[in-house]
Design a protein around this ligand. Structure first.
Ligand code: AP5
Length: 210
């Protein structure tokens, strides 16, 4: 299955991507995680992306399109993949289509803006593997060390209140039109993402028919 996860920042795309990749036995490709890794390692890509990311803006289409084009050629994508955070604009979706990449389903995790703000304010992430935690719904260990990889658990720089608001504006303006793009192709499925992680997974699997 070639799957796209759609949804506002903090809707739970990364959380569900980690769960679904085990259940479907296909890799997750997160442009956010790839870009954060590049920023951490101060690569040319990271240096270019850093300012956009920290201020809650989208990184230019050409940069992320080339990351995805390259990643999708790897062997582990042959049986399918989950795209988390890509496409994020209509030109990115068109680039996938023009590149001949078949998409089976675009699954939107629907969450209201109020819930998003509460979630992102409480979010913590592993600085090593990117695993998401939340101070209330999925608390990190007391020592702030990730049980999955041993790296430190931190607050993302773009999870500051004013940046969260800006990211939501960018989402409504530039990413939400993708619902129409995939809806018109009969590929959009929408699940309620406000009822806890396990319930969202249950609804997602039901919507995917697996
Ligand atoms: P990216 O990393 O993709 O960030 P995002 O879309 O803003 O999404 P988030 O990672 O913030 O949220 P999420 O939906 O994955 O939620 P999560 O599972 O963590 O992108 C970051 C930046 O990179 C962008 O701003 C942009 O600059 C750049 N970028 C990336 N891709 C790009 C692209 N294609 N084009 C251009 N620029 C790009 O969950 C959030 C919190 O809620 C967690 O704490 C989690 O534990 C908790 N939680 C999750 N689900 C539930 C639930 N059901 N109930 C209760 N709590 C829950």
């Amino acid at each position: 299955m070639n799957l796209i996860l759609l949804g506002a920042p903090g809707a739970g795309k990364g959380t569900q991507a980690e769960i679904l990749k085990e259940k479907l036995a296909i890799p997750t490709i997160s442009t956010g995680n790839i870009l954060r890794e590049a920023v951490k390692n101060e690569t040319p890509l990271g240096l270019e992306a850093k300012g956009y990311m920290e201020s809650g803006k989208l990184v230019p289409d050409a940069l992320v399109i080339s990351i995805i084009e390259e990643r999708l050629t790897k062997d582990d994508c042959k049986n399918g993949f989950i795209l988390d955070g890509f496409p994020r604009t209509i030109p990115q979706a068109e680039a996938l289509q023009e590149g001949g990449v078949r998409i089976d389903k675009a699954l939107e995790i629907a969450v209201s803006d109020d819930v998003i703000i509460a979630r992102l304010s409480g979010r913590r992430v592993c600085s090593g593997c990117g695993a998401p935690y939340h101070m209330i719904s999925c608390p990190p260990p007391a020592d702030n060390i990730c049980p999955k990889c041993g790296a430190e658990i931190i607050t993302r720089k773009d999870d500051l209140p004013e940046t969260i608001k800006h990211r939501l504006d960018v989402y409504h303006e530039q990413t939400e039109p993708l619902k129409g793009f995939y809806g018109d192709q009969g590929k959009l499925a929408v699940v309620n993402g406000e009822n806890g992680i396990e319930e969202t997974t249950r609804l997602a699997l039901e919507a995917l028919g697996v």
